[in-house]
Ligand binder design. Structure first.
Ligand code: PMV
Length: 319
């Protein structure tokens, strides 16, 4: 039910992210390094209603309402329950990333909705409050989210994140690193993935062979440490090698897929110093570090049929 009041004021937005190092390992309390895709989802218009949340996200073809059956309705119900006060919203959002592509789109959208709703209800949610609400929504899609996506979507910037425990309510430790961003190319395989199933696949490996899995987690953490050191000293060759190594370990864990592996090989053939899948895997995106070769990486991907979505992140010529 509408009250007829449209919101005015500064644009509200939230961030998505790529994971440079540490996806999956972060679920087990290892560190991860994420780079925000700033303002990836934006509120285009907000109408105040008496109750409930209604959303539409144009390029995703998503339309949903709080309380309707299904995961999105349930996530909206949790966001509504987590934001104190009364009053509803009808939100039209715009997203500049695809959904289900390993870019943290669900956390970005949950953050946006929680911010809009908090404003509508006249409450101010601090960072922890916001991350807590987003975490509840993320549980619907991810089962056992690490909290990395919520942290990155609320904080933005470069996030070095570590979960504090399985029951930390999404409030893992985050450091925002003040580092110059190297340019990164992001490309979508065109395959959307199911995060919960992939996280579960790694968890069951932990159950059956936890020694091997711990070794893989150590190795991923090693990639992050080496990569971060290389980044700080602007040794891009070494940073790229660490990305390649992180991808190899994810392949061994069985969370990559043919398309992602192919995109990684294509990026390296086109001159990238490093490339890896980002996010849960099984589809989704690849990121590549290819100084001065970014356009040839994109062209190579597109020629091979991976043309649905590409973008560049980084300090120069980002678009
Ligand atoms: O693919 P996404 O965007 O859902 O990212 C999942 C990242 C994981 O590390 C695999 C899970 C998590 O909760 O951190």
């Amino acid at each position: 039910m509408g009250t007829g009041k449209a919101r005015e004021g500064p644009v509200i937005s939230a961030h998505a992210r790529v994971v440079l190092f540490g996806e999956h390992a972060v679920v087990f309390g290892r560190p991860a390094l994420a780079i925000a895709i700033e303002h990836a989802v934006v509120a285009k218009s907000v109408e105040y209603t008496t109750q409930g949340i209604e959303i539409s996200v144009e390029p995703w073809g998503l339309q949903a309402e709080e309380g309707v059956a299904g995961p999105v309705g349930e996530a909206l119900r949790r966001i509504s329950a987590g934001v104190p006060g009364t009053g509803g919203v009808r939100l039209r959002a715009f997203a500049r990333i695809p959904p289900g592509a390993g870019l943290g789109s669900s956390a970005a959208l949950a953050t946006l909705i929680a911010k809009v709703l908090a404003e509508r209800r006249g409450v101010s949610l601090d960072e922890s409050g916001l991350r807590r609400v987003v975490h509840q929504a993320e549980k619907v899609f991810h089962g056992n989210p690490s909290g990395l996506d919520g942290a990155a979507s609320v904080r933005g910037g470069i996030c070095l994140f570590k979960r504090l425990g399985a029951d930390d309510e999404g409030l893992g430790h985050v450091d925002n690193l003040a580092l110059k961003l190297p340019r990164l190319v992001v490309g979508f395989s065109g395959i959307t993935k199911m995060t919960a199933a992939l996280v579960e696949r790694v968890r069951s490996q932990y159950e059956t062979n936890h020694v091997t899995l711990e070794r893989a987690l150590d190795a991923i953490e090693g990639c992050l440490q080496t990569g971060l050191e290389a980044w700080r000293s602007w040794n891009l060759e070494r940073l790229g090698e660490a990305m390649n190594e992180n991808h190899r370990i994810l392949q061994q864990l069985g969370v990559s897929c043919e398309s992602l592996d192919r995109m990684v090989v294509l990026a390296l053939e086109a001159g990238a110093l490093g490339a890896k899948m980002t996010g849960a895997g099984g589809g989704g995106c690849v990121i590549a570090l290819a100084p001065q070769r970014e356009r040839s990486v994109i062209a190579t991907w597109q020629k091979a049929g991976f043309f649905m979505f590409t973008m560049m992140l980084g300090h120069a010529n980002a678009h």
